[in-house]
Structures are given as C-alpha cells and as structure tokens.
Design a protein around this ligand. Structure first.
Ligand SMILES: Cc1cc2nc3c(=O)[nH]c(=O)nc-3n(C[C@H](O)[C@H](O)[C@H](O)COP(=O)(O)OP(=O)(O)OC[C@H]3O[C@@H](n4cnc5c(N)ncnc54)[C@H](O)[C@@H]3O)c2cc1C
Length: 131
C-alpha cells in the first residue's frame, strides 16, 4: 500500500494499524490453528465502531478483501486472508447488560464477552470459582 495512503489512514484510525514492516506483524497474523500461514496486507485493531467504519471504508476505496477476526478460533482460518485487510476485533471487549430487558450488548470478541458475561448471568459463579 502506498505510504501516503497508509499515513493518512493511520491518522484516521485510533487503534493499532499493523503492516508487514511492523515488528508486531507476525504475532498479529497468528491464529488458533498454527498451520494457517497467511500474509494480509494490513491488520487493523479498531477501538470502536468509528474505527471499524474507517477500516471498511479503506478496504472499499482500495478494493481490498476483508476478513473479520473475532477470537481467531476458526480452524479453517476464516478470520485471516492472503493479502487484503483484517479487521481484528480483539480490542473491542465492551459488554453491557440490561437485566430488565434480558439483553446483553458485546463488542467484537466473543471469548471476552463470554468470560465477562458468565459471572453476571450466574451471580454465584465468580471467575475464580469457574475453573
Ligand atoms: C478448540 C476449539 C474448540 C471449539 N469448541 C466449540 C464448541 O464447543 N462449540 C462450537 O459451537 N464451536 C466450537 N468451536 C468452533 C468455534 O466456535 C468457531 O470456529 C467460531 O467461529 C470461533 O469464533 P471466533 O470468534 O474465534 O472466530 P474467528 O476465527 O475469529 O472467525 C470465524 C468466522 O467468523 C467471522 N467473524 C468473527 N467475528 C465476527 C464479527 N464480530 N462479525 C462478523 N463476522 C465475524 C470471521 O470473519 C470468520 O469468518 C471450537 C473451536 C476450537 C478451535
């Protein structure tokens, strides 16, 4: 990706933006299945919905295929593509619960949401006693 495009995007995106030149690139492209060895053009870690919107906008402008990463547990590696852009949601860990409505609203990372919700759903279970 052209340097000017990347620089401009980094200014618009609050969360980390990782490309192949960054030291964190190889760890960031690891998934649960260690046999998956794909090299996306860019990995972005949005902090909020605005960041997600700017990432998707970049992908549309540059005609990049998008992969969404939640927990990264897909055995087939569906959360990462060769080339293209990965929208890695692992930093979006918010959870809000409305007990009266019986609903919960989570950020993008399912494992974090499950961990956070469990003690709220079952007040007798604390993270320490959940095993
Ligand atoms: C050891 C192990 C045990 C498992 N046990 C179970 C089990 O007991 N029951 C069960 O049902 N499954 C199980 N699974 C399968 C697992 O639940 C699925 O692979 C699930 O998709 C993993 O979620 P993830 O967020 O980690 O997925 P990822 O690998 O991050 O993504 C999987 C797919 O979902 C898409 N995606 C992820 N997050 C979002 C999002 N927020 N918005 C839009 N698209 C998104 C990705 O683009 C990708 O296509 C297991 C997998 C492993 C490796």
């Amino acid at each position: 990706m052209a340097t000017a495009v990347l620089t401009d995007f980094r200014q618009r995106h609050r969360g980390p933006v990782i490309d192949a030149e960054d030291a964190g690139y190889d760890p960031a492209r690891l998934t649960f299945n260690g046999m998956i060895d794909r090299r996306p053009e860019l990995i972005v870690r949005p902090l909020d919905v605005d960041d997600v919107v700017s990432a998707v906008s970049l992908a549309r402008e540059r005609d990049l295929p998008v992969a969404v990463r939640g927990g990264g547990h897909s055995v087939a590696g569906h959360c990462i593509g060769e080339g293209g852009l990965v929208v890695d949601l692992r930093l979006m860990r918010s959870v809000s619960v409305d007990p009266e409505a019986g609903t919960a609203t989570c950020g993008g990372t399912p494992p974090a949401c499950v961990t956070a919700l469990r003690p709220r759903a079952e007040p007798s279970v604390t993270p320490a006693s959940a095993g």
